[in-house]
Design a protein around this ligand. Sequence first.
Ligand SMILES: [Zn+2]
Length: 368
Amino acid sequence: MSSDSNLEMMAYLADRLTSLGARTELFTDPSGHKANLFATLGPEGPGGIVLSGHSDVVPAVADDWTSDPFAMVERDGRLYGRGACDMKGFIACALAAAPDYAGRDLARPVHFAFTYDEEVGCLGARALTEELARREIRPEIAIIGEPTEMRVIEGHKGCCEYTTRFTGAAGHGSAPERGVNAAEYAARYVARLLALREELHARAPEHGRFDPPWSTINVGRIEAGVAHNVIAAHAEVDWETRPVQPADGPFVTETMRAYAEEELLPAMRAVCPEAAIETETVGEVAGLIPMPENAARRLVSELTGANGAEVVAFGTEAGLFQSLGLSAVVCGPGSIEQAHKPDEFVALDQMEACLGMLARLGPRLAAA
Ligand SMILES: [Zn+2]
């Protein structure tokens, strides 16, 4: 799970790739508890293709499963286990294709990018893409193997999650003006978020392909106060926005920052100078913007025989690779329908389709 160390898994993957002659590096996170793996077969230098997958999974409640979620079993042409489709199936396929790539005289490098903490805000991919930028490693194409039933996905919304905390001043409910009611300020903040929703609606790009075609806001959790007759000293609001275009993210955060600092805080501090509003960024996952020209879409469409590419509602690490300057698509075995659920599985024919795509990639990497 995302909360556990992935070092053992990464060491195993690194071993396998190193034994094939890959240049392999592990980048640990600040805790030393988790690592990204970046391995390269073929020539040094720019260009080439990244096969990307995340190593973490969401938790599983064993009682809801037919078999042990953390021991893979095959039943009826399906592989069951937590992470089977999301997205260890793809990682297994990439590893299975690696010996073929290693045996070829590659004209372009193929990179394996396996990351940590995707499920909790794409933290690993963020660190990895920053590291690649710092080292000026510039691959051309990224294939992110999230489960798409091997369809080619060229766009998804971003996902930005925040927790906003309000600190007021407690007091007796009979004298509201002598305290600072954090619950009431949180309510005003939420009302402003809801008004922003309408503004985002109006900003929706023409001919948008997302469903819905505008950036959304969701208020997921509100918590405040202790009792009827006590002025609430603390409040918390969990909220998220899913931008359909990059500018909508900063538009939302900047509007809310200005509202908090210029409207709410002065009123709070007029009563209690220590009053505060703080917004914590839980995760900001960049969207994958559909591009008119997309080398990844062209390549993966040729490899899979897909005609046309789609957009989806779920977020992936593809947007981070795109912001690094790569052309990126999402394409992998299994269905998102099974992800994050009990009895998650990936069908064997999906694995075969993915292996087929990766096998057809080999000759393309070798051709000058
Ligand atoms: Zn995933």
